[in-house]
Design a protein around this ligand. Structure first.
Ligand SMILES: Cc1ncc(COP(=O)(O)O)c(C=O)c1O
Length: 377
């Protein structure tokens, strides 16, 4: 409906906000044969024990939740062998990241991050009035940590590393992280966003060990992905007590609701079941990526619950771009993955949201970045 309000002088949003791209929600599933995977959610429903906890807590929502998410923080602290003072929770790890940026960045301060990476980084940085310093990924999709270290200036207050990286699925190695942290001035906070860490297999980074050795490292994690609580919104940071306290101070009051807090505690208690689920995803990931490589696709090693396709051959691009509607990407990638008549498993999908943000279009032309982002389930 068109607005009927008079056009007289009216309050305006800040220029930085007006210039932000409008949020484009991931497409929802259009039939039983497609699945909405744009946000890398878990395809597993929450654990039954967690659902029971949420239902019980639902009967108490006439009361505000614990302001500092005390029980959840204590459970997280116990799980990782740190103190609750070193934990800050928020409405999803994106909410926690917003708290981090408000806590450490003043207007005009710089935030260095790899690009492409999680779509929310530039938005959160710019909303805070800070300045984004995106550093392109290397050709093999790894973070260019040398270039990121070189991008640090007097104005840099924060560096965000994403491992496994969204959308490429590629992880940072322990050696590379060690070298990077040694080169970062201790006054710069380094956030290691490990939203998908539960899907990591094989040698990875023991981030708790790094955290104990590097006071300027902050670990950022979420219950949204492996734990299947995306709809409840709870994430957390582990950081030095004075930093964690700063994050709690910049939080929206009562920002983590009662059900989310209780579900987080219950989820940590069900670690074995979570491990079983992540293991199933990791095994399917190995199978799907192997099948794709067998078909000639260039797929970087993914340690997440999705993988990144870079169509290099004109044949692949032609195949993928001749489908008339965005939803057809689901069929296209699914067909490509299993080399068998759709809808045989495994399920894959193009990441429509990332695609659109990259300025791509499915309507008969290759997207500029020539990337596809698929999920395994
Ligand atoms: C790398 C990364 N970090 C953080 C998030 C935010 O997750 P949430 O706010 O649900 O915790 C996401 C979500 O897609 C992500 O991909």
């Amino acid at each position: 409906m068109t607005s009927t309000l008079p056009e007289a002088a009216a309050p305006e949003v800040r220029a930085a906000v007006a210039q932000l791209p409008a949020y484009v929600a991931g497409k929802s599933a259009q039939s039983a044969l497609t699945a909405a995977l744009a946000s890398n959610e878990s395809h597993f429903t929450p654990l039954p024990s967690v659902v029971d906890t949420i239902a019980a807590e639902g009967g108490r929502i006439h009361r505000y939740p614990s302001m500092g998410a005390v029980e959840a923080r204590e459970a997280i602290a116990g799980h990782f062998g740190v103190s609750a003072d070193e934990v800050a929770a928020g409405p999803g790890s994106s909410g926690v990241l917003q708290q981090i940026i408000s806590a450490v960045c003043s207007h005009g301060d710089e935030v260095v991050y790899a690009w492409r990476s999680f779509e929310a980084y530039p938005i959160l940085v710019e909303v805070a009035g800070a300045v984004s310093v995106p550093v392109p990924l290397l050709a093999d999709e790894h973070h260019d940590l040398t270039a990121m270290a070189a991008a640090i200036t007097e104005r840099t207050r924060l560096v965000i590393l994403c491992s496994p990286n969204n959308p490429t699925g590629v992880s940072i190695s322990a050696e590379a992280l060690e070298e990077f942290l040694q080169s970062v001035p201790p006054r710069v906070l380094v956030v290691l966003d490990e939203a998908y860490i539960e899907f990591q297999r094989g040698p990875g980074v023991d981030s708790l060990d790094f955290y104990r050795r590097y006071p300027n490292l902050c670990i950022l994690r979420t219950f949204s992905k492996a734990y299947g609580l995306a709809g409840l919104r709870i994430g957390y940071a582990i950081a030095r007590p004075e930093i964690a306290e700063g994050l709690r101070r910049t939080a929206v009051p009562f920002g983590v609701n009662r059900m989310a807090q209780a579900a987080a505690v219950a989820s940590l208690a069900a670690e074995d079941e979570i491990l079983e689920r992540t293991e199933a995803v990791a095994q399917e990931r190995t199978r799907v990526i192997g099948a794709l490589r067998g078909l000639g696709w260039d797929v970087p090693d993914s340690q997440a619950n999705f993988y990144w396709l870079r169509p290099r051959t004109s044949c692949a691009c032609n195949f993928l771009t001749r489908w008339p509607r965005p939803t057809s990407w689901h069929a296209a990638t699914r067909w490509t993955a299993c080399a068998s008549p759709w809808p045989m498993p495994p399920l894959m999908t193009a990441c429509w949201q990332s695609w659109q943000t990259a300025g791509g279009s499915c309507l008969g032309r290759a997207p500029p970045s020539e990337h596809l982002h698929g999920n395994t389930r």
